[in-house]
Design a protein. Structure first.
Length: 133
């Protein structure tokens, strides 16, 4: 998986206190170079309220990722090569910063940037549309 991929996802957030929110998030990373991934995170947000419309939050979390590479066959210089399907599981952590802008009582937008700590660590960013119940 790399940062040039697109990953639709879902997030479920619950405010425990005015300044503390927990989140369960999952992403399905698109296929790139025969590889696709699924990740699930549990994050904690410390909400800072500069205004009623605007929230800033540092985030910290732990997650699980499964990366699967499809099998492939090809021929190089007359030699037939077969690569079997591979699957790899990892536990990882992340830390980052997010911004939430409330457009109305039930709609908000978010932007997040986070660094994922794992064997091939990387920076990820996300844009979100939020429906508030």
């Amino acid at each position: 998986r790399d940062t040039e991929s697109f990953a639709p996802g879902l997030k479920f957030q619950y405010s425990i206190l005015r300044n503390l929110r927990v989140e369960l998030a999952g992403d399905l990373w698109s296929k790139k170079d025969l590889t696709k991934s699924v990740d699930v995170f549990f994050n904690i947000h410390l909400l800072l309220h500069p205004s009623e419309v605007f929230k800033v939050y540092p985030l910290l979390g732990i997650g699980y990722i499964n990366t699967k590479t499809d099998s492939s066959e090809y021929t190089i210089d007359g030699v037939h090569v077969f690569n079997p399907e591979k699957s790899r599981d990892n536990v990882m952590g992340n830390a980052g910063l997010g911004i939430q802008i409330n457009a109305s009582k039930h709609v908000a937008f978010s932007v997040e940037g986070k660094y994922q700590f794992k064997d091939d660590s990387q920076f990820c960013s996300s844009l979100g549309l939020i429906y508030i119940f």
